[in-house]
Design a protein around this ligand. Sequence first.
Ligand code: ASP
Ligand code: MG
Length: 445
Amino acid sequence: MKILKFGGTSVGSATSIKNVSSIISSIEGEKIVVLSAMSGVTNKLVELCLFFKDGNSDQFHIIINELKIKHENLLDELISSSENNENTKTDLNTHFTILEEILKRDYSEIAEAKILTFGETILTMIFSKYLEFIDFQNTLLDAKKFMVVANLEFPDTEKVGRLLKPLLKNTSSDALYITQGFVRIDKFNKISTLKRGGSDFSATILGAAINATEIQIWTDINGFHNNDPRYVENTHAIKELSFEEAAELAYFGAKILHPQTVSPVIEKNIPIYLKNTFTPEEDGTRISSEVTSHGLKAISAKDGITAIKIKSNRMLMAHGFLRKIFEVFDLHETAIDMITTSEIAISLTIDDTRNLDAILNDLESYGEITVETDHSIICIVGEGLIDEKNTANLFEILKDIPVRMISYGGSINNVSLLVSTQNKIRTLQELHIKLFENRNEPVLF
Ligand code: ASP
Ligand code: MG
């Protein structure tokens, strides 16, 4: 069984969706297709929820109408036979009626999750009907029946497998199932989400749950690039990455993958392929444990970073100081990304600032605190990177750009720099020149 996930602009229009169906038909064997919402739809639903929370029904009705027209137009372009078209429209209307009913009641987190995942609900329904219309046999599965993920950090994929397997009843060798990404059932047995961009995560949870042979994540870019193509010229797709390299890049800003995507499949060693729906003939990126190329692979950047410095003479020659500091962050369930220490100060970074005030309050008793917002972590990744000669060139960046923190040697596969976000693009561009373009030996991709 293979898991194929399509998201964003690859399901953004009728033309793209037709393309997706021909990609699916070209792939042999049993498949589960995971779809996200059409591009832009979840953003609209997020807006809708804000209006819903504020009780602004005029505004949310405008959004509902927009979404209805968008999906009706899609349906008209995909399904031309009037009978199939009308039946599918009736189903679509039923879904919209249910949405309107939810919006008549009071706001609740459950209502919000139902609304946020509505894009996936209606797109999978339309897609399944479209495939039926073109005589492509398929079974639509409701992800809420099996995507039970109580703990977002450690999904119990065996449980998902136990719930899913009895639903995979089609015995044909090219059975095709369609299901929704993004949605999950939480530990209270209530509908929730896997967080924004979570359909990638859905795909790997499912892959681990049924021991898939491979997972293909289809987007609109041909794999992980060696730098951010939005800001840097001459980037190119990386042919292969280890699970660890991909995890670091996804976590540190490479937008192509949800940060937790690789974690469910590492232990089972299921390869993930990142492919471009618009250029399916290209290799894309293969993420697996069998990686032959070493050394520098890629640079990515993560914005919205806050640096906190704690300066204290009490730290001098003292033990147990770091433990106390870390306990504060643990207490407030906030992950630390980068750390550097000197004898009397510690600097660290966080990206989740929801509990910042409480954290600062608790840290106050340990010393003088400085907080700097609007920073970016620049992450440089590659197996054995720090043993490579060329890597030293990255320190030349210090001549041109103020670097607030450097993390070197935490792992031999990664070096991270913290810079002010206003210097991010320049840092990415200059590092690209220093590390990829001015190198003495060829780069292996
Ligand atoms: N539709 C959801 C989002 O936009 C999930 C996804 O696209 O992966 O966040
Ligand atoms: Mg995505």
